[in-house]
Design a protein around this ligand. Structure first.
Ligand SMILES: Cc1cc2nc3c(=O)[nH]c(=O)nc-3n(C[C@H](O)[C@H](O)[C@H](O)COP(=O)(O)OP(=O)(O)OC[C@H]3O[C@@H](n4cnc5c(N)ncnc54)[C@H](O)[C@@H]3O)c2cc1C
Length: 279
């Protein structure tokens, strides 16, 4: 329930209101805040549409995405890693993609937030209005009231580093039950390709998407095993809860299969990159 509405003229004014108003929320695309789940929650809505950067740029290895960019703009932006486009398109409804913003996705920080797993494995940094930048995981560790306003997301996508992303949903148009992003460099070792600097993040298995160092350790520095071996090794490490989206047992098995698919895509550069995504 929106009890108060503010239309600041600058991002700095919005930050001041956010710090001073009771029940303050940032109204970006509104595709999360204006849903029925918040119908009874008192909100002082601070409209930030048009106040934040919305450009999506690539400068060599560096990618900078304004927090005001929409999912659809991200999906259409040239030069982005294919895995990031896959993450943007994981939001299946184009009407929502046209409104939902990158800043709103990291602000909402839902368990199955489409973009967050990618930003975690890209070790992205979030610049903020009037405050120091934070790493993606540092941002998640702060209480929502202390995060402030994300202005842009920045990460490195060097040529040698590969990214892959997939989600599992009950139907193609549904929100995801599970999400998975992975990233690594590969080098020849022992007659095969060994994964180096492997990063894995998954959503749907905990209140917020997170990195899984326990999975990264399993597969770091060696040729990635076949899908069946990945599933068998990973499944015991998941501790999901049963809810409307599936039983814990189902999610554990499905998450292991999703991870196996993502790591298989990561090992196959043609499956997860496009020439135009190269700097
Ligand atoms: C039909 C439908 C389908 C959806 N499908 C998906 C999906 O597939 N994947 C998915 O991830 N989400 C999905 N969502 C949820 C929602 O669309 C996303 O979380 C979206 O990214 C929110 O962005 P927004 O700009 O609309 O944020 P808003 O609703 O305006 O705000 C969301 C939250 O983020 C905070 N916030 C907004 N901007 C900033 C900022 N710049 N800095 C800090 N905090 C900020 C707000 O205070 C608020 O708490 C869906 C929603 C609907 C209604």
């Amino acid at each position: 329930m929106v009890n108060a509405y503010f239309r600041p003229k600058s991002a700095e004014e919005a930050a001041t209101l956010l710090a001073s108003e009771k029940d303050a929320v940032l109204l970006a695309g509104g595709t999360y805040l204006l849903t029925s789940q918040f119908a009874k929650k008192p909100m002082a809505a601070i409209a930030i549409s048009g106040l934040l950067p919305a450009a999506i740029e690539r400068h060599g290895e560096r990618v900078i995405i304004g927090a005001g960019a929409t999912f659809q703009a991200l999906a259409e932006a040239p030069g982005m890693p294919k895995a990031l486009r896959d993450a943007a398109l994981a939001m299946a409804d184009r009407n929502i993609r046209n409104r939902a913003t990158v800043g709103g996705n990291i602000g909402a920080d839902k368990s199955c937030a489409s973009l967050v797993p990618f930003f975690l494995v890209a070790e992205a940094r979030y610049s903020r209005v009037g405050a120091l930048a934070l790493g993606a995981a540092e941002w998640q560790a702060l209480p929502a009231a202390e995060r402030g306003i994300a202005a842009a997301v920045e990460f490195a996508a060097p040529t040698a580093r590969r990214f892959a992303y997939e989600r599992y949903a009950r139907t193609s148009c549904d929100v995801a039950v599970l999400t998975c992003a992975a990233s690594a460099e590969f080098e020849t070792a022992g007659g095969g390709l060994a994964a180096r600097g492997l990063r894995i993040a998954m959503g749907g298995l905990s209140p917020h998407a997170r990195r899984f160092p326990e999975l990264e350790r399993l597969f770091e520095g060696a040729a990635l095993p076949g899908k069946a071996a990945i599933e068998a090794a990973a499944a015991p490490l998941f501790s999901p809860v049963s809810d409307a989206r599936g039983s814990a047992e189902f999610k554990r098995a499905r998450a292991a299969a999703l991870l196996a698919d993502v790591l298989a895509a990561l090992a196959n550069p043609e499956a997860n990159e496009t020439p135009e995504a190269r700097p």
